[in-house]
Design a binder for this molecule. Structure first.
Ligand code: EPZ
Length: 428
């Protein structure tokens, strides 16, 4: 198992290129199942989760071919061609490895009239049920059964458009219903839909494939089903969570960094919080410039919410920043019930954090001190990297395979900006 070693205390300076968004790329890849023509996706991040989704699609019969990105085009281009679907089963092994695999259920069902997909189960951050996905597909006319840990869905006459009012906001269920409804017979109205930029990106790609979708970017999406979708070429948006993570890293370590390709309009809630903490961000031609403008950081309260609120995927990172703030910060997690696994690890570095139910009261301390810590999930692990950048002495992070699921070349990107960070291959 690889580990990451950081010797903290240096400010960051330079440029960090922001990759394509993992959480946009995964549903976009699943959308390739909706058409027998090639879907070409550019600006895919080079991550373990993308390879897992490619493996899953390949076992459904999708031809996955890397393409040269060409001059002036974003890197990492894959052509996904689902000309013939050879299997409508998504096995436990792959779905367990990555929950987003569950998103193949709707497209397979819409295209083939049947699908058998393993139920994902919970993970480190919560129970994570998929009831909204299943109820939505049932509203579209699917017969759904649970058998041997698998969801077996059938729609022999095809799916039918319907109104689906989500009782709570779900990114995955919104994406799932958008894809399934694109090939349903008639009109589907999604009420209380999630509005994350990743959903807008998926809807934009589906429209390029011939889908008819109104209300993109709002919480009411109307999809008029079409008989077939065609191929398209689409460039994945830049990763707002990777962007926000490096914003926190610069805010924590100090310095000035240009985030290449980053979009301020996708992290406005983050910018508002950080402005109160006296961190400055400016849009530039190439992306976003982040600077810690004064020596100190003010404590700011943060509550996670669906977009456009503060993202749960940046909660651990803002907490790492707040450990050294002047004063206190109350951080409240409203999306997942078990997303404070980083707290005991941050406390090993000297943070003062008190968790009460869904809230963590972080009282800023003068300094953190390096120690061995354990990464527990993707965002928790990167919060330990941020803490390591500010801690005095050496921080040794184990469990970095979590990081590799969502951060492309993290240690290289930070080292290029002056951080003393390296990966130690192998070991316990
Ligand atoms: C997406 O997960 C992201 N994953 C998550 O990113 C992100 O944390 C989350 O959205 C919230 O922004 C991908 O896009 C691949 P949800 P998703 O459905 O779609 C409950 C990361 O670190 N719920 O919006 O699974 C659920 O338990 C990750 O990159 C139900 O109750 O999230 C949660 O409490 C992790 N029933 C809340 O809704 C359902 O059927 C929001 O979940 C579905 C969800």
């Amino acid at each position: 198992m690889d580990r990451i070693v950081i010797r903290g205390g240096l400010p960051l300076a330079g440029t960090i290129p922001i990759a394509g968004a993992k959480n946009a790329a995964l549903p976009l890849m699943a959308a390739s199942l909706l058409t027998d023509e090639p879907l070409v996706l550019a600006n895919l991040p080079d991550l373990a989760d993308i390879r897992t989704m490619a493996d899953l699609l390949a076992q459904h019969g999708v031809a996955v071919t890397p393409r040269a990105s060409g001059e002036g085009l974003p890197p990492h281009v894959l052509e996904l061609s689902a000309r013939r679907i050879t299997s409508t089963t998504a096995p436990y092994d792959l779905v367990r490895r990555m929950r987003a695999s569950f998103l193949v259920l709707g497209p397979l069902l819409a295209r083939c009239g049947e699908a058998r997909v393993s139920l994902p189960g919970g993970d480190e951050i919560g129970v994570r049920p998929v009831d909204l996905h299943i109820k939505g597909l049932q509203r579209l006319g699917a017969e759904v059964e649970l058998s041997g840990g698998y969801i077996e869905a059938r729609a022999p006459q095809g799916l039918r458009g319907a109104e689906i009012a989500f009782p709570s906001v779900s990114v995955g269920a919104t994406e799932h219903m958008l894809m399934a409804a694109a090939l349903a017979d008639g009109e589907t109205l999604l009420v209380n839909a999630a509005r994350e930029p990743e959903i807008t990106d998926l809807a934009t790609c589906l429209v390029a494939m011939g889908a008819q979708i109104d209300g993109i970017g709002t919480d009411r999406l109307t999809v008029r089903g079409v008989g077939r979708l065609h191929g398209a070429r689409h460039t994945v948006i830049s990763d707002r969570i990777e962007t926000g993570t490096y914003v926190m890293a610069v805010a924590a370590a100090g310095g000035e960094v240009q985030l290449g390709g980053a979009r301020l309009d996708h992290i406005e809630a983050v910018a508002r919080v950080l402005e109160n903490a006296d961190i400055r961000m400016h849009e530039t031609d190439g992306g976003l410039l982040v600077r810690r403008s004064t020596g100190r950081i003010d404590g700011v309260d943060v509550m996670t919410e669906p977009y456009p609120g503060f993202p749960t995927d940046l909660q651990a990172q803002v907490m790492a920043l707040m450990t050294i703030a002047d004063g206190a910060a109350m951080i409240t997690e409203t999306i997942f019930e078990n997303r404070f696994m980083h707290v005991p690890e941050l406390m090993r570095l000297g943070a003062n954090i008190n968790v009460q139910g869904p809230s963590a009261l972080v009282r800023g301390v003068k300094r953190l001190t390096g120690a061995p810590v354990m990464a527990t999930d993707l965002r928790a692990s990167v919060s330990l990297v941020i803490a390591g950048l500010i801690a005095e002495g050496e921080t040794l992070i184990s469990g970095v395979h979590h990081l590799d699921r969502g951060y492309e070349r993290l240690e290289e990107k930070l080292a290029a900006c002056g951080a003393r960070i390296e990966r130690v291959r192998g070991g316990a």
